[in-house]
Design a protein. Structure first.
Length: 211
């Protein structure tokens, strides 16, 4: 049968040791246990996180207002050219580009052509390269006034499914003269006087070579 152990009292030397330990300690006055634990083992306090900055997009830079633009407003006025909205023979010579007195003498047949080209009877495919060769050669030779004969053209009895204008050369030649490569060589185009062919021919006044 086991014997009960009885509590043993402290020995005199143990009492003396406990008294010394108790005398060397300083109690925390009036603080609860939880506060004492917090002071003995403080936890770092984190500052609250600042809210993320709101994404603000920069306002687009305002573009300066564009000036009002109209087609052809900056185009330089052309003189001595053919108005394509008007039938070519009737439009030729409406806007003189040369000296007015010289143009009046030209229109009255007072100036004598220095060379002439007869396109009468040629097809359009044949006439255009021949006209280009003639005009550029005349300018290179230093000539100023030449005569281009086209003929007045005859109305056709049967135009076929596609109507064709009578006097095709008479209408096409002024247009060819107003377009490259001849436009840079031609200063003025005018209908010829009766003594030089009338409505079936054109005066072509050339620019000086090198200008």
């Amino acid at each position: 049968m086991a014997r009960k152990r009885t509590a043993r009292g402290l020995r005199p030397e143990e009492r003396e040791l406990w008294r010394r330990i108790a005398a060397s300690t300083r109690p925390l006055s009036g603080q609860p246990v939880a506060a004492r634990r917090q002071q003995s083992d403080p936890k770092p306090q984190h500052e609250p996180l600042a809210p993320p900055p709101s994404e603000t997009r920069p306002e687009p830079a305002q573009r300066p207002a564009l000036p009002l633009f109209r087609i052809g407003s900056r185009a330089e006025p052309e003189t001595g050219r053919v108005d394509l909205a008007t039938p070519a023979p009737e439009a030729v010579g409406q806007h003189p580009a040369m000296d007015r007195k010289a143009f009046q003498r030209l229109s009255r047949g007072k100036l004598r052509p220095e060379a002439r080209l007869d396109l009468h009877g040629m097809t359009l495919a044949e006439a255009q390269p021949e006209l280009i060769r003639f005009i550029l050669s005349a300018q290179a030779a230093g000539r100023r006034l030449v005569l281009v004969i086209t003929g007045k053209g005859r109305p056709r009895d049967d135009d076929g499914p596609i109507p064709q204008r009578a006097g095709a050369l008479r209408h096409e030649v002024p247009l060819w003269l107003a377009r490259p490569p001849l436009s840079s060589a031609v200063l003025q185009v005018a209908r010829a006087h009766q003594r030089h062919g009338g409505g079936g021919a054109y005066y072509v006044y050339l620019r000086r070579s090198g200008r």
